[in-house]
Design a protein. Structure first.
Length: 225
């Protein structure tokens, strides 16, 4: 079963420069795949296309078995609830606690009671944030702040996570710890698609250029794939 299937995806700038051209790859339901390329290669653009914030100039995208380019806004909104997104700069409410941030999101989605409690507990567990519930976001170290970003993206019940350059700016010990958290989330059944500028840390952790496997790397290059 595939969680994400991209076929012959194309996107060009207004000046006619191809950023993505005939890009094809897939991510299994149990997959953990990285999209690697230099700045300007279209990594963030690809995630925005998957979130339907930008419309491509050609190709097909299946997300959890649904063709997102053909879904009505209402149907895509329902599908979007299953897809969490963590931007390169994690956006949180700095004046609220970790728990307060998660509760705020649940209220914004109109989810309360036992359903909200269960979703928050799952997110805290998968993001390894137990013990930080009462810590204010503004006081968190970079590692815990990114874990809070993960927890927010997991709520209420994400089965796919898209992450934009989540390792950037972290030292080696923090990268190792964050990788451990990502592995935990993936092993719990959440599909992960993340971007990175560097392949070496990923190759060292057993990711393969064969993107059809469980742990793969998709390479982009600047300008055109």
């Amino acid at each position: 079963m595939l969680a994400i299937q991209v076929a012959e995806l194309r996107f060009a700038t207004e000046e006619g420069v191809w950023v993505l051209e005939n890009l094809s790859f897939s991510v299994r339901r149990d997959g953990f795949v990285w999209v690697v390329g230099p700045p300007g290669s279209g990594k963030t653009l690809l995630l925005r296309i998957l979130l339907r914030e930008v419309r491509p100039h050609g190709g097909q995208i299946l997300l959890l078995g649904r063709n997102i380019l053909r879904l009505s806004p209402k149907k895509f909104y329902e599908l979007r609830k299953k897809v969490g997104y963590v931007s390169e700069e994690v956006h949180v409410l700095s004046g609220r606690t970790v728990l307060g941030n998660l509760q705020f999101k649940m209220r914004a989605l109109g989810i309360g009671g036992e359903a909200a409690t269960e979703a928050i507990e799952r997110a805290l567990d998968l993001a390894e944030l137990h013990g930080y519930e009462n810590a204010y976001a503004k006081n968190l170290e970079p590692l815990e702040l990114r874990r809070l970003g993960l927890a927010l993206a997991l709520c209420p019940d994400a089965s796919v996570l898209l992450l934009d350059d989540p390792l950037r700016g972290l030292g080696k010990p923090e990268q190792d710890a964050f990788f451990s958290t990502l592995e935990r989330i993936n092993q719990a059944g959440v599909t992960l698609l993340a971007t990175s500028r560097e392949a070496q840390p990923l190759l060292a952790r057993g990711f393969s250029p064969d993107s059809t496997g469980h742990r793969g790397i998709v390479y982009l290059r600047e300008g055109v794939r």
